[in-house]
Design a protein around this ligand. Structure first.
Ligand code: URA
Length: 172
């Protein structure tokens, strides 16, 4: 699951996330990670475009996440959440700085959170582009590790279930 900040002009008009220039770059970055749009869920922290594209305010973030985003996460149950930009990162890793931890996965409440620089930041500041590309190119390795760890947890849980309970052991 990928979570951006909120709709821009194009997204607001079309009612779909990441369909403007930042979305075009996101498509390219997904391709670098070997992913296509129809293989991932893409959403946003807030669901309406703030006036003049200002930053979302705390009450807007809280309203939109309670009403929508957290319910989307609950329904989808993603193992891995890639946050795009600081507002999305702050939901899972509050107090961190995106410039310090971008590209570094962290386990939060049983999910892997991968904080990424927002694609729009690479459009506005081209010096960010190599960083964001390098982070997306590492995604396949991160996803493979997450899959491997989930499989290992599942097999540990099922082998625990197979052990006979203690009272049965005492019968032998
Ligand atoms: N930026 C975002 O964070 N989300 C979008 O949907 C588009 C641009």
């Amino acid at each position: 699951m990928f979570i951006g900040e909120g709709p821009g002009y194009h997204e607001d008009r079309r009612g779909r996330p990441f369909v403007g220039p930042a979305g075009q770059l996101l498509d390219e970055l997904l391709a670098m990670a070997g992913l296509r749009r129809n293989e991932v869920f893409i959403g946003n922290v807030i669901k309406c475009r703030p006036p003049q594209n200002r930053d979302p305010q705390p009450d807007e973030i809280s309203t939109c996440t309670q009403a929508f985003l957290f319910r989307q996460i609950e329904a989808i149950q993603p193992r891995v959440i890639v946050t795009l930009g600081r507002f999305s990162m702050n939901l899972f890793l509050p107090g961190e700085k995106i410039s310090r931890i971008h590209g570094q996965p962290r386990e939060v409440d049983g999910r892997l959170i991968v904080p990424m620089i927002h694609p729009a930041a690479a459009l506005h500041q081209p010096q960010n582009r190599p960083l964001i590309e390098a982070d997306f190119r590492r995604l396949p390795e991160i996803l493979a590790r997450a899959e491997h760890e989930a499989a290992a947890k599942l097999s540990a849980a099922s082998s625990r279930d197979e052990e006979p309970p203690l009272e049965q052991l005492s019968l032998f």
